[in-house]
Design a protein around this ligand. Structure first.
Ligand code: NAD
Length: 427
């Protein structure tokens, strides 16, 4: 028997840059807010970061040790909530940055949650189904002291899905001795998930874009859209916009993308991607690179892949007039400045992609109540939450004469800061 270690992914500048970027966005707004400066370090620091080693028996008999994390950023508004990533690039800085963003996102859309994020350094595509299950179960067991329906509620993110959530639910439930429906969200409907959760982030992106276009006297049918990333968020966003008459001119995944100015058949591209694992070679459209996608001729660009994909080198060449951040942290602060100077409107991640956690909240409520909603109720309630959040951000941007990200951060930070102030410091 051999023991191998898949320790921390090598730390690159890009990794720590994401944590620094999350702070830059926070600081930029905090210093304009006239808030009590004594609370600033509390809001800026993660409450807890747990690092775990997950030894897993691989199919060939080896034991491989995977590193996992769970970061809980700020719990002033309620139990912690946030996704779990399985990806080779997962590292502590990334998880801390994503947990901080999650705190602001939950506060902005009015959910009674703090922000958290977790991840395991692994390539899920290289694991067999059995290896993935054993890794998920061991990671869940290692997180047992800090997760739970009233403590911290994980959900799917990059590289994880409803099946992974079903294993997390089962592992936690076996260990506590009851079926703890509220411990994770994004579960399959057959084991207590919510209808509409899988497409929820994409539906929320669509709701927010539609509301924004109304302020410009436009419709979804008027816009040409490019979507980077064709996973959960990218695919459902493209599908829902396509179904409402937008022209989806480009979509991409890690290996490359496709472009068709007359509009891509999104359902067919989705089938092709599921079957072949790539979009490259999809018949009837031109092959493009991810860089081409970000700078292609379109009205709306939706980066829905990973953080930092729109940086200072890409920003000057972006032709879209509107960017909707489907991913978390896709636009770096430097790129944000260039784009704003160029008159590009950015609908920020903490607003635009909040549909996923919103329906996760609905799922958690349904699980705790053991009373399940139908699809129409989920979609209507989601639309209500997303449109209210957009209206609040839009009103704040008008009132303060600022961009949407500043407006969204101002609302979110003030809510979390107020909760911290009212609760005071323990002990
Ligand atoms: P996913 O694993 O389902 O899909 C990720 C997609 O992005 C894949 O198509 C992959 O090939 C592609 N990709 C990865 N790196 C890329 C790169 N450098 N360039 C282009 N494409 C690349 O992940 P997801 O759940 O769709 O999450 C995507 C983003 O949305 C992440 O930032 C995630 O944190 C954020 N997000 C997800 C949810 C959710 O409910 N799943 C909710 C809110 C935000």
């Amino acid at each position: 028997m051999t023991v191998t270690t898949d320790r921390l992914a090598p730390k690159t500048d890009k990794h720590s840059a994401f944590w620094q970027n999350a702070h830059l966005y926070f600081d930029r707004v905090y210093q304009t807010m006239n808030l009590d400066p004594t609370w600033r370090p509390v809001l800026a620091s993660p409450r807890r970061v747990l690092t775990v080693s997950c030894p897993v028996r691989m199919d060939d008999g080896r034991i491989q040790v995977f590193t996992g994390y769970r970061c809980q950023h700020n719990g002033a508004l309620g139990p912690f909530k946030g996704g779990v990533r399985f990806d080779t690039a997962v590292n502590m800085d990334e998880v801390m940055a994503l947990a901080m963003l999650q705190t602001w996102k939950n506060a902005l859309v009015g959910l009674p949650y703090g922000g958290a994020k977790g991840g395991v350094v692994c390539d899920p595509k290289k694991l067999s189904i059995g290896e993935k299950e054993r890794l998920t179960r061991r990671y869940t067991a290692e997180l047992l002291p800090v997760i739970g329906p009233q403590h911290d509620i994980p959900a799917p993110d990059v590289g994880t899905d409803a099946q992974v959530m079903a294993w997390m639910l089962d592992t936690y439930s076996m260990m506590v001795g009851y079926n703890a429906l509220g411990v994770v969200t994004g579960k399959p409907v057959a084991v207590g998930g919510s209808v509409g959760r899988e497409e929820a982030t994409g539906r929320g992106v669509m709701n927010v874009l539609r509301k924004f276009l109304v302020t410009q006297n436009k419709n979804i049918t008027d816009v040409r859209v490019a979507v980077q990333g064709f996973g959960n968020v990218g695919f459902h966003t493209a599908r829902l916009l396509d179904a409402r008459g937008a022209t989806i001119v480009a979509v991409s995944e890690k290996n490359g993308g496709i472009y068709d100015e007359s509009g891509i058949d999104v359902e067919a591209a989705g089938r092709f991607y599921r079957e072949s694992g790539t979009l490259v070679g999809f018949p009837g459209a031109d092959t493009i690179t991810n860089e081409d996608l970000l700078t292609c001729e379109c009205d709306v660009l939706i980066p829905a892949a990973m953080e930092n994909t729109v940086d200072e080198s890409v920003a000057p060449h972006v032709k879209a007039r509107v960017i909707v951040e489907g991913a978390n942290g896709p636009v770096t602060p430097g790129a944000d400045e260039i784009l704003r100077d160029n008159g590009v409107t950015i609908l920020p991640d903490i607003l635009a992609n909040a549909g996923g956690v919103t329906v996760s909240y609905f799922e958690w409520v349904q699980g705790l109540d053991a009373f399940f909603w139908d699809q129409k109720r989920v979609q209507d309630e989601l639309q209500r939450v997303m449109e209210r959040a957009f209206d609040e951000v839009n009103a704040k941007a008008d009132e303060a004469d600022c961009d949407y990200r500043t407006a969204a951060y101002t609302i979110a930070i003030s809510r979390v800061a107020e909760a911290c102030r009212l609760k005071g410091l323990f002990p």
